[in-house]
Write a protein that binds this ligand. Sequence first.
Ligand code: CA
Length: 531
Amino acid sequence: MNTLQTRILIALCLFSPQLLKADDSRPNIVFLFSDDLTTQAISAYKYGLELPPTPNFDRLANGGMLFENSFCGNSLCTPSRASVMTGLHSHKNGIVNLSGALDPQRPSWPKTLHRNGYTTAVFGKWHMKTKPNGFDDWEVFSGQGSYYNPELFSAKGSRRVEGHSTDIVTDIALDWLDVRDKSKPFAVMIQHKAPHRNWKPSLKELELYRDITFPEPASLFDNYQSRVAAANHKMGIDQHMRMASDLMLFKGDEAQKVLSRFTPEQRKAYLAAFEKENTEFLADPPTGKALVRWKYQRYMKNYLRCIAGVDRNVGRVLDKLDELKLTQNTIVVYCADQGFYLGEHGWFDKRWAYEESLRMPLIVRWPGKVKAGSRCAAMVQNIDYASTLLDVAGLKPDWQVHGVSLMPLLLNGGVTPADWRKTIYYRYIDGGHGVPQHSAIRTADYKLLHFDSPRNAAEKASLWELFDLNNDPQEMSNLAGHARYANKLNEMKKLFWQTRTFYDDTEESVWTNRRSKQYSPEDYIRLRRRR
Ligand code: CA
């Protein structure tokens, strides 16, 4: 082809996207997402206690890159999902708490891919109230969705599907891979409810770990000394975990209510699985610390069984990519919306800027591009995903984002460029589960928390918490009042305000109305103007 012919072809392609389709070899994207699946539970992470292996997460990590310092910006389901979609922190994307709804008009990375010739789909847990927008195909739960026999909603209406949600969502996604528009590259989001509370594993995993006693975290009986706000939590295994709905310890007709969506056969299998242990418990109920330990073990078993189901289904997706010969040209991203407490500080749940819930698992496999078995220590956040996934397709966000593309890390073996961010920003606004609104910054070595809306005089007197992450990785000792750390505290405070300004989150009073109000981006602008 001579120069003139090449020029004519380029011009034709520019004016006729159809011509581009004929040979569109841009990579496919498989975005695997789960809810509340924490890094401590992924064996490839080697973070926290030694827990059961997760062979398929590890398979993904062995074939790609594991991000050792991946964080969310607001440790809660809906806000984190909104950051993933929009590349923006909560204070700018309109979803600040669990009541938030993703504005259908708001730009997102799947929308931009769709507009630029990708076929797009989302299946499973959406959890942002409004209908998915920017997808050729979607079938999602309403709100939290159900573990068993869930109701699924699509453009065609709704249907109830029998089985366990993790298996069902995967089935739908695998079927879609067969029937998708094969003339285009694709991006599919496969999003599981598991292992969200109330932990109900699939019947396939119900017998796992039966005779195993899991190790306990050192802070299971934390007394919260030096951390005033933490003491006021409502997310303790001890006081706030419910025996029937959370732990499957049934009395009277409780099972009927907790397992109301189950078929008779599923219910029978469930009751049989827990019957012996429950009978033993009720014959001689433990109390005090022994009861906490019993609850911890039951919680861990069901939580980790749910994860074993996710892991098995991640394997099914990877096998399907192999079968369809798509592995080589498909980037697979695995992540979850935030971390979770597995008994650390006596807790389950998330929300805090402390490490276990601040961390987000992130593993990326991209054969031929990302070095297999590599690990990246750079600090990354969920605000980076939009830029990254568009970069995969050679695109950039066509709206203002907070995040940056992770491509320089992915393509360079995980080596952190000298100018990479040194600080991440966090702001929790929801206020549920006894966790007060707070903001934080984290550097490689230190973390500073600021309690934005103290609830009592004691919290008011302890607005700051400073942790030395190298010497106190479990964040048990707040150094904010220590004379020896006065200079470090001042330095971190300065950095905190600088970071808040950098992300244009200078308004402190906007969100003090808390959960009941659902803010839109317009509300945010209006409230800021009122200031
Ligand atoms: Ca979540």
